[in-house]
Design a protein around this ligand. Structure first.
Ligand code: RIB
Length: 293
């Protein structure tokens, strides 16, 4: 059984490099186009595998060509796919990612076969056997079932709910999560008060500031890392790489200072290259960190 289980979206990404993100009634020029597997849960699973963490994925794809390609890439990356559902006559979710010259991203997408995993499809023993469960955006009831099953078994749960956080009721999954990953915008939407007074003050809250690093608010202390000042080329999947680096580091040593450093390094290296699956391998991460000091 895998050491980490990630759960959420599995997409097929079509990345269009553009000179600028289009405005209403405007036109942007496409300089290149490429396609590959994406989706936050799948990206984290691949990044963890690259960091030599045995990882399984809970999610769903369609039985179309994109689903086959997505599944093949995950399999080649060494991700355990026994809990990846294939939806008959389903279409794998496709995301069109517009990436401008500064690496900023805008997304157009459909839901496709994502979110076919219901709470009844969750295999409790698969979850209980893990050391860590990492949730990304998905059906709130499925996220809740995964988080509560893991939590009841003493398995650590992290949750990176992503852009649609404000539109969905993730309260049960949030209640069961030990670690919450948010970017600045998402943090504003859920934290009504400063961290020590917020509803999450008994959790580990990781606030990502993009290229400016990240801060970890743990119940006993705060750990800040300024980031690595790498020029972004494509920020797609940088948050997923961050989560993978953070979780992989924590599995080795319970040290949040080191975890946020590793998360930032993985996020920076991923943002410095094109595509959603540009997280570093374990040896690339080590080399990068050695070069910094
Ligand atoms: O988190 C990055 C992912 O979100 C991309 O791979 C793309 O699928 C988008 O939805």
């Amino acid at each position: 059984m895998p050491q980490v289980v990630t759960a959420g979206h599995v997409n097929w990404d079509v990345t269009l490099r553009v000179d600028r993100l289009p405005e209403p009634d405007g036109e942007s020029r496409i300089s290149s186009q490429q396609s590959s597997g994406g989706g936050s849960a799948a990206n984290v699973a691949v990044a963890l595998s690259g960091l030599n963490v045995d990882t399984g994925l809970v999610g769903s794809v369609g039985d179309d060509e994109n689903g086959l390609l997505a599944r093949r890439e995950l399999d080649e990356a060494g991700v355990d796919l026994q809990s990846l559902l294939t939806v008959s006559d389903g279409q794998t979710a496709v995301k069109y990612l517009l990436v401008d010259e500064q690496g900023e991203v805008a997304v157009l997408g459909n839901d496709g076969a994502n979110e076919a995993v219901t709470p009844d499809d969750v295999e409790p023993d698969y979850v209980r056997a893990a050391d860590h469960v990492h949730l990304t955006s998905q059906r709130p009831d499925t996220a809740a079932a995964l988080a509560e099953t893991a939590s009841a078994a003493g398995v650590r749960v992290s949750f990176d709910p992503g852009r649609r956080l404000a539109d969905r009721d993730f309260s049960r999954a949030l209640d069961a999560a030990d670690i919450l990953f948010l970017n600045d915008r998402e943090a504003e939407s859920v934290l009504e008060t400063e961290y020590p007074g917020s509803a999450f003050a008994d959790r580990v809250l990781v606030i990502k500031h993009g290229s400016e690093g990240a801060v970890v608010h743990a119940p006993d202390a705060t750990y800040e890392h300024p980031g690595f000042g790498v020029d972004p080329v494509d920020t797609t999947g940088a948050g997923d790489a961050f989560a993978a680096g953070f979780v992989a580091a924590l599995l080795e040593i319970e040290d949040y200072e080191r975890a946020v450093e590793h998360g930032n390094a993985c996020g920076a290296l991923a943002a410095a290259e094109e595509g959603a699956r540009a997280a570093p391998t374990e040896s690339e991460l080590e080399t990068f960190l050695d070069e910094q000091y």
